[in-house]
Write a protein of this length. Structure first.
Ligand code: SF4
Length: 203
């Protein structure tokens, strides 16, 4: 295959379609698998039907139907916020976690696990910058995590030097750092930020 941008785009499209295809031995649809993955990996404030709608580039109505179907199957459960009972997020149940062990996307993940870490890092960088470019054209959400987000700052009560989300002013926990966020905004990178292994803010 020629190493052209067009060829790479064709391969990415084909790979995403074929690797996420649920196959005949699973009762879940591709959208239900995507929702299970999202609710397993997203940060707590993002774990809502509208967060999933942004992640899956679909309507809120369609996303809600998918979430409700997983709730009926016993894979997701709703959790009310301790501060605001009207604010509801969703968590995977034990059955949902078990089900995710048979995720069809694991085949692709296993193939990528064979690459050296530096190549995986490079691949992630290329994919992230491509997502930013595509989202910029189509007014879509870019997903990312705190360390690559321009909203990540430091502060906290009494001048504590703690990681804080500049968008929500919430203190970030260590467990938030590796989770997908639908409010993520990519950093504007310059030449001084071009080292992919450069320093990152630690939780
Ligand atoms: S710093 Fe960015 S990625 Fe992290 S919670 Fe805030 S908006 Fe989301």
């Amino acid at each position: 295959m020629p190493a052209s941008p067009q060829c790479a785009a064709d391969m990415l499209f084909h790979l995403a379609r074929s690797a996420s295809h649920p196959g005949s031995d699973t009762a879940l649809t591709a959208a239900q698998w995507a929702a299970l993955r999202f609710f397993a990996r997203a940060s707590r404030p993002s774990r809502t039907p509208s967060g999933f709608a942004r992640f899956h580039a679909t309507t809120r109505g369609t996303a809600s139907q998918t979430v409700k179907s997983l709730e009926r199957l016993g894979y997701l459960t709703r959790v009310s916020s301790a501060h605001d009972r009207r604010s509801v997020t969703f968590e995977l149940t034990e059955t949902g976690c078990d089900c995710l062990g048979n995720d069809p996307l694991r085949v692709l993940e296993a193939a990528l696990e064979k690459l050296p870490p530096a190549e995986v890092r490079r691949l992630c960088d290329v994919l992230q910058s491509s997502m930013v470019a595509v989202a910029g054209n189509q007014d879509e959400t870019v997903l990312g995590t705190c360390n690559d987000c321009r909203n990540l700052t430091r502060g906290g009560e009494g001048g504590a030097d703690l990681p804080v989300c500049g968008r929500t002013s919430e203190r970030l926990e260590a467990s938030d750092f590796a989770r997908l966020c639908v409010q993520f905004s990519p950093k504007v990178t310059g030449p001084e930020d071009s080292n992919p292994d450069g320093p990152a803010v630690s939780p």
